[in-house]
Design a protein around this ligand. Structure first.
Ligand SMILES: *Cc1c(COP(=O)(O)O)cnc(C)c1O
Length: 378
């Protein structure tokens, strides 16, 4: 291992004003959940998403997915359709509800949920006697899913579309911001995402009534009474005023972060141009605008992919295989799956490359040298 500093896949990148907002919270002793930073952060997000929808800041993206399922009426025994090629947090909340996940393959162009396999699954599940209660589709690595086709399917069968936009703040589809394209939208501000609150998330709700209900569940479902009265199960899912302060500082630099991530993508695009056997995940048409949260490539084989990953590790550079599809995970093995082997093949041959907005020219040079060295010697 070389004694250089580590280059990470994606690390937090503060803008500068985060401490100002935290300082204000300390000065006012407003450390408890809720408070002016939470309200301000929600307003910042709403403005950035350019939407009449309402935002609820929460403790994590996972909490947002869980609440979206509750609000969509998902109960024990129900079925929920879910993109298989994703992070486990997309699927875990289905199990929190005691519901059954039905996993769906990816399409080649965006790597996201395949509309054909999705519709096949819906028809088959209906024929088997149960209409699925929700669809969870993901904008993988920031690449928007085919919103037009997916919305048409969701509308045709009247199934709510839950948009897992945890990786896609700043991405757009046909000019509309990801996070606003589904019945519910999910954002994550985990430490590795394009902006971070050190840990947090948000739920984009269709209207004020739904937001109020989300906040009600997120604050232990307290009925309107002087004592603590509960008629429904509650959760402790609200974002703290301190975390929201970090988020306010981060929202000041979100556009810079998107352009810095896109600079990394352009760097890889140039680097891999001469190599026919290496394909970068790219926007399929001008309808798609990706924040390129992570730049990811597909190589000729699993061996080659693993070779490059280990070569980078030797140079103290982090890279990672794509998300392992949920239908191949031991914990989800027994659940139904619809599709072919697109997600499985992507997983076998795909690699996520360092994509942080804080990477320097020097870092890029190190990455380039390490990659070219591997490609020359293999
Ligand atoms: C990060 C992530 C989540 C979960 O967000 P947390 O804030 O970490 O709970 C959900 N889905 C996807 C696709 C993610 O990448």
């Amino acid at each position: 291992m070389s004694n250089t500093t580590k280059i990470w896949l994606s690390s937090p990148h503060m803008g500068g004003n985060e401490q100002k907002y935290i300082q204000e919270a300390f000065q006012d002793n407003w450390i408890a959940p809720l408070g002016p930073n939470v309200t301000g952060f929600e307003e910042d997000i709403k403005k950035y998403l350019n939407t009449p929808k309402e935002i609820a800041a929460l403790s994590s993206g996972t909490a947002a997915i869980h609440l979206s399922l509750i609000l969509a009426g998902v109960k024990a025994g129900d079925e929920v359709l879910c993109q298989s090629l994703t992070f486990s947090a997309s699927a875990n909340p289905i199990l929190y509800q005691g519901a059954t996940p039905i996993f769906i393959d990816s399409e080649e162009s965006t790597w996201n949920i395949c509309p054909i396999a999705l519709e096949n699954a819906i028809q088959d599940r209906i024929q088997k006697g149960k209409k699925p209660k929700a669809i969870i589709a993901v904008h993988l690595y920031g690449m928007p899913f085919n919103a037009e086709t997916l919305t048409a399917i969701a509308n045709k069968y009247e199934i709510p579309l839950i948009e897992d936009s945890a990786e896609a703040l700043g991405s757009t589809y046909k000019g509309k911001k990801c996070g606003t394209l589904g019945t519910f939208g999910i954002l994550s501000f985990n430490g590795n995402k394009i902006i971070t609150t050190s840990g947090g998330g948000a739920l984009v709700c269709p209207n004020k009534e739904t937001k109020d209900k989300a906040v009600f569940f997120a604050t232990q479902s307290r009925d309107n009474a002087p004592h603590y009265q509960h008629s429904e199960i509650g959760y402790n899912y609200r974002m703290s005023n301190i975390c929201a302060g970090i988020g306010r500082g981060q929202m000041e630099v979100i556009d810079q972060r998107v352009s810095q991530r896109r600079t990394m993508q352009a760097f890889y695009d140039e680097l891999f141009k001469p190599y026919e056997g290496i394909t970068l995940l790219k926007e399929p048409s001008s309808d798609y605008f990706s924040n390129h949260w992570l730049s990811a490539i597909i190589m000729n084989s699993e061996e080659e992919r693993e070779g490059l990953r280990l070569a980078l590790e030797q140079e103290n550079i982090e890279s990672r295989p794509l998300w392992k599809p949920m239908h191949l995970q031991p914990v989800f093995h027994q659940f139904p799956y619809y599709g072919e082997k697109v997600a499985e093949n992507l997983f076998a041959k795909g690699l996520c490359l360092p994509s942080g907005s804080n990477l320097t020219n020097q870092d890029r040079e190190r990455i380039q040298n390490a990659i070219l060295k591997y490609l020359k010697n293999k």
